[in-house]
Design a protein around this ligand. Sequence first.
Ligand SMILES: Cc1cc2nc3c(=O)[nH]c(=O)nc-3n(C[C@H](O)[C@H](O)[C@H](O)COP(=O)(O)OP(=O)(O)OC[C@H]3O[C@@H](n4cnc5c(N)ncnc54)[C@H](O)[C@@H]3O)c2cc1C
Length: 471
Amino acid sequence: MTESVVSLFEKLVQAEPPADAPVLFDTACVLGGSVAGLLAARVLSDRARRVVVIESDDLSTEAGARPGVPQNRQVHTLLPGGQQWVERWLPGITEEAQARGASYAGSDKAVTTVNGIPMASDGVDHHLLAIGRPLLEALIRDRVTALPNVSVLRAQATGLDYRDDAVSAVRYVGVDQADRSAKSLDADFVVDAMGRSSRLSNWLKESGYDHPRLERLPAPINYATALFERPEKFADLETACALGLFTPDHPSGGVSVAAANAIEDGQWLVMLMGYGDSRPGRTLAEFREACAKLPPIFTEATAGAPIGDVVTYHQAESRRRHFTEESLNHFPARLVSVGDAVASFNPIHGQGMSSASLHASCLASYLADAPELGAPAREFFRLQQVVVDAAWGVSAGSDAARLDAQNGTEVPDDVRQQRWAMAQIAAATLADGEVTRAFRYVSYMLRHPATLADPTLLAKAVAANEGAEAK
Ligand SMILES: Cc1cc2nc3c(=O)[nH]c(=O)nc-3n(C[C@H](O)[C@H](O)[C@H](O)COP(=O)(O)OP(=O)(O)OC[C@H]3O[C@@H](n4cnc5c(N)ncnc54)[C@H](O)[C@@H]3O)c2cc1C
């Protein structure tokens, strides 16, 4: 019998680094040195004599600006599923983050509200790491590049070479305008971690290979993020991570989601998000005005002196590349894709970096299983599909429902039924701790969403909602 997606997902979440890992490659090359690329490099460091990460940005700069990752000044939450995996594969990172001033907030200091009403306590002490994205990436990078066989080559990858239908080298050019001559690096395994604009599909097409189908789902989101001085120490804070969700009928001034995280350097990182035409808080005055319509923590977090301006970010759609059986019919061996290059979601669910961790976990599992390296990495893509389906189901599911409701689109009965069930479960998180627990395990990427399709849980949710209505 094939293993259920539920148990496969949990195995990937809980995977440990191998105790004894035979070396499979001479040179493994990772294209892209952001979170997904670095975590893939960590996994490959057990399996390759050397791992070369090719990255076009200057990673040594401590400055926030990073052209290859324009979102890096926005709020980034590393969900517990990703955080626990990263901690296991790069031990000590959470402690170092705390030593550098990030908050590691337990359930007593992390609160989620819907229209200002807190979710019911679920009795589980989950922890959330409140940290700026540049620091988190730097902590991951420092650990990965400290591994003796991992190095970073500052260059722009421009294509691949093949031998016997397997990748054999990476072509690249230097970033220095003085020397843009074409070079190549022999590699016997290549990971595409070039983010949502990865050009891998073009390269494959140009060389006559199959490429993954690109799925696009409109999800127009507008982020505005600002930093404020925070006089209180972590220990003195009642709340260190606040997440506020607002339904369209709430007088939140078009804010659908707000977050306030007590991060390093005594700062509050505060984010407001609106859909479509709603662009909350583009100036500091507008930002504070918008926060005043939200639960009090958002006014408190924005009361201190601002550090810099409001930084905005717009994203029009979620994207997913389908590495299915058909797209792998004529596909090079020794090549995989990870992270946003495969799927980049509506960021409001905070799944990107945790998905990247689980893609790295898929890579570790694939390489541990004596893979047939002369053939396309089908088993890797099969495992990865479980992770992508899970995250995409949560994020694209709610975006599609929102779009259909907005456009008055008729949906098939089974989809309507599923959406009704999800809405019942989400609503019941305000009233029933057991439902909240199941919901949180899924939204924190610790469990597969199929765990929510449990008739007993649904009955509990419906009863809790009816009870709340009767009050
Ligand atoms: C507004 C916003 C908020 C988000 N919030 C969250 C959150 O709260 N939690 C969360 O987990 N995720 C969040 N995400 C998603 C998260 O940013 C990504 O999932 C994460 O960065 C991992 O992506 P990646 O490493 O696959 O790609 P990226 O971070 O996009 O990195 C791609 C890398 O590849 C390099 N590159 C590209 N092309 C080349 C080339 N040809 N040669 C060499 N290098 C190349 C780039 O310079 C870059 O370093 C958010 C995203 C957005 C847009």
